[in-house]
Design a protein around this ligand. Structure first.
Ligand SMILES: [Zn+2]
Length: 66
């Protein structure tokens, strides 16, 4: 099982894709609530962290800090 770790600026795949047809979301805010932005249409949504962890499928692109 892959561990569900994620960080700011990571691009993640959700269990449900966005109606625009894209399923790649960038994490733009981390906190008790998490804001993710659809990389297809730039629409952003804020969801509680617990809900995000349930709905997130996997990290597609991990943001590397240098
Ligand atoms: Zn979208």
């Amino acid at each position: 099982m892959e561990e569900k770790t994620f960080g700011l600026n990571d691009v993640v795949e959700m269990k449900k894709q966005h109606p625009c047809g894209t399923n790649a979301w960038k994490i733009i805010r981390l906190g008790a609530d998490i804001r993710i932005k659809c990389t297809g249409c730039q629409h952003s949504v804020m969801i509680p962290r617990r809900e995000f962890e349930k709905k997130m499928k996997k990290v597609l692109v991990r943001h590397e800090e240098e």
